[in-house]
Write a protein that binds this ligand. Structure first.
Ligand SMILES: NC(=O)C1=CN([C@@H]2O[C@H](COP(=O)(O)OP(=O)(O)OC[C@H]3O[C@@H](n4cnc5c(N)ncnc54)[C@H](OP(=O)(O)O)[C@@H]3O)[C@@H](O)[C@H]2O)C=CC1
Ligand SMILES: CC(C)(CO)C(=O)C(=O)O
Length: 311
């Protein structure tokens, strides 16, 4: 037997043992959009159960997930806030960041210091100060991509996903890893999160403002210069926040631009349709941290001003 097969068998055995001793989580999902549906798919494959918390009780959601080689159906039951149990143990937050507060309102009063909250969002800090003290915050970062309009979700790219935020993974993590391709545990999730944050803070607002696909940033020396400046401002701040920050964001961002050259960034898509973008949780978070350090990030500030000013 190969080592990888032995490892998989071991993981299956551990997951089975755990499911016999501890019930698998029931997740209350806030935001059954693209990412929420993909996460719900893998959680249910691993034997967890998932309900969507909606303000108006509805029939179960009948979701379609379109993978590269197959089309799958997923039924997600809905519950209204009034139907929630007094205490919720597992919450998955996958709403777009500007709607986090209204999403959390639905579970208000049901979270406590035993609740595990898994945040599946871009940007940083959307839940800061919004959870009861003692609740466990886990962060998920992914380079996978899902597009579409509910109930149809097309999995455009299945890449790497990291979950982390506590010293040890929760007991259910190993079982989930068997079913979720390329899922990794990262105890200190910040560096992974900040790498993604910087890519989003550079690519998203530039492509939204200039109304171009990601790859077009490579074709214009002036735009590349802007990207370089945004990266070095972010690196200067992040190095102060954490001496372990490896810097060199420009190289990492160029790689993401190349890998997603044909993409319309999520911010460009939101901006084009006049929707509120996630810029506050991305560049806004960097600006807020910079302010706390007595720093300015002029390129990020100007982009936020340009994209949030009313025309
Ligand atoms: N899609 C992707 O490929 C990736 C997404 N992400 C991140 O994951 C998070 C979720 O993204 P994604 O699933 O694509 O988002 P969606 O556009 O699918 O929306 C997710 C949920 O956000 C809420 N929402 C969205 N628009 C509105 C609106 N105009 N008014 C009120 N609520 C709204 C809805 O919640 P409800 O159903 O509760 O009303 C919706 O189901 C974001 O932070 C995104 O940046 C990260 C990596 C990749
Ligand atoms: C990585 C990138 C920039 C891909 O388009 C993205 O995450 C987004 O569009 O929000």
């Amino acid at each position: 037997m190969l080592d990888t097969e032995k490892n998989l068998l071991f993981l299956h055995y551990r997951a089975y043992y755990f499911s016999m001793t501890e019930p698998l989580p029931h997740w209350y999902l806030l935001g059954a959009g693209n990412m929420g549906t993909l996460a719900a798919w893998y959680l249910t494959r691993a034997g967890h159960t998932v309900s969507v918390v909606t303000n108006s009780p509805r029939l179960p959601l009948q979701k379609q997930l379109i993978f590269a080689n197959q089309r799958m159906s997923l039924t997600l039951p809905c519950v209204s806030p009034a139907e929630l149990p007094p205490a919720i143990k597992h919450v998955l937050v996958a709403s777009k960041t500007p709607y986090t507060d209204s999403a959390l309102q639905r579970v208000k009063g049901h979270l406590n210091n035993e609740t595990q909250v898994l945040r599946f969002q871009n940007g940083v800090g959307a839940l800061d100060g919004r959870l009861p003290s003692g609740s466990v915050m886990l962060e998920a970062i992914t380079t996978s991509a899902v597009k579409g309009q509910s109930p149809q979700h097309t999995i455009v790219a299945e890449n790497v996903t990291w979950i982390g935020g506590t010293a040890q993974p929760p007991e259910w993590f190993e079982g989930l890893q068997i079913h979720w391709p390329n899922l990794h545990w990262e105890a200190d999730i910040r560096l992974v999160q900040w790498r993604k944050l910087v890519a989003n803070a550079v690519i998203n607002p530039l492509t939204a403002f200039y109304d171009i696909p990601n790859g077009a940033l490579m074709n214009d020396p002036a735009l590349l210069d802007q990207a370089r400046t945004l990266c070095s401002e972010a690196d200067a701040l992040l190095a102060i926040l954490d001496s372990q920050w490896p810097g060199d964001s420009f190289t990492a961002v160029l790689e993401v631009i190349r890998d997603t050259a044909d993409n319309t960034s999520s911010m460009r898509a939101d901006y084009q349709r006049g929707a509120t973008t996630e810029i506050e949780a991305i560049n806004g978070w960097l600006l807020c941290q910079a302010k706390n350090q007595g720093m300015d990030l002029p390129s990020h500030r100007r982009l936020v001003e340009a994209l949030t000013s009313t025309p």
